[in-house]
Every structure is written in C-alpha cells, then in structure tokens.
Design a protein around this ligand. Sequence first.
Ligand SMILES: [Zn+2]
Length: 239
Amino acid sequence: MKKLGCLLPIIVIILIIGGLIYTGVITETMLYSWADRGLSGAIGLLQSLQDELRSKTGATEEEKASLLLVNAEHPLPDGYEPAPMVRLFDQKRHFLLARDDLYLTEEVFEAANRMFKAAEDEGLNGFIMTSAYRSRDKQEEIYQESAAGLAQKPGCSEHETGLAFDVTARTSTGSFAYTEQCRWLLAHCHEYGFIQRYPEGKESITGISYEPWHYRYVGVETAKKMKRLGVTLEEYLGG
Ligand SMILES: [Zn+2]
C-alpha cells in the first residue's frame, strides 16, 4: 500500500500528460522542442561547470608564463641567467647553514627565512640548509661525481635557478623524512610559497625519487592552490 501511495501521483501526472497529448493540447513538436531545450541547457550547464573547474584546478595563463618548470624534459635554456642572488652566510637568518657558500635569490631567501622563523616561533628549530643555488659548472661536477640517476643532468636541475634549496635537521633516526622538522615543513611550507617538489608516490610524474628535503619556491598563491589540489609542478602546468 505504501508503494502504491508513492506511485499514485506519478500515475496521475502521466495520465494528465497523456490526456493533454491525446487531446492535442500538447503536440509532438512541442515535446521534441522541450526535450531539445532541456538537453542543450544541461550541456551548457556542464560546459560552464567544466570551465569553472578548470580555472580552479589548473594554472592560470600568467602562472604558465611565469613559473619555471625544470626537469629532464624541460631543461633550462643555454645561457640562462638566474635572478641576482644573496649569500646566505651574510644574512640574518633563522636557520643554519651546512656551508658558507650558499646562495638564493633575494625573494626566495626572504620567504625561506620567514618560514623558518615561523617554525622557530613554534619552538621548532635546527633546520640546516645543505644546498641552494648551483652554477651550471657545479651541477656538471655533481652530475659527474654522482652515481647514475642520483643527480640531475646539467641544465635540468632546479638548483640552477636559485629558487630551490635542500634542507635537513639533526636527527637520531638518520632520515630527515621522519623528523618533526620535516613534518612541519610538509604541513606549512605552502603558506610561505614553497612546495615539496618531489613528493612520495609521484615519482612517475616528476621522474625523481622522493626527496623530502628539496623545496621549490613558487609564490604563496600558487603554493596554496597546488597544496589544495595535491599536484606536482608537472601536473599543475600540464607538462
Ligand atoms: Zn635539491
């Protein structure tokens, strides 16, 4: 009885429509035109939703033009000149240095310093920057000295841009990935414009094995968007 109660209004509506068609009040042409309008309306709605989704998920044209993608398929152009660098040793810093000849672009240093200061304010310090800008010659040297697959070919390393650095912390486990510092960076780096460039599980996309220590500056808005989407730079830029 309950089922019939639900069906009854539907049956009544069908009977009314049937009656209207039978009496010619609703013609076949009208029915086709309504169906057609409904369909094109639905398609239009889907298209606008898709456009909106694309603007939220993908990089904007401005980001595509300004974000530098550096990997084995996208080497830096010959004669690439990075932005002017600052020597980290000479700066007032909230992090430690593994060596005195580390350089980053000024904007990236400022952002990194803000990030490490925020960690320090939360009682977490002991970050040690181990590598930053590398000249093409330096990258060549590292590439020649490294075992196959461990270092990027000259021209294919983000370190040649001055926009990326490697960091570690004193650890008893021997692996930076398991430190509190690493966990903090993973949770907060996007707030300061950084992305963990080679995440775990995305090796087939980045072409690089998991590097919990390598951070790349992309700017706060972009980093936040990428974090929300959970995408790598390759995916974000669609390349
Ligand atoms: Zn690195």
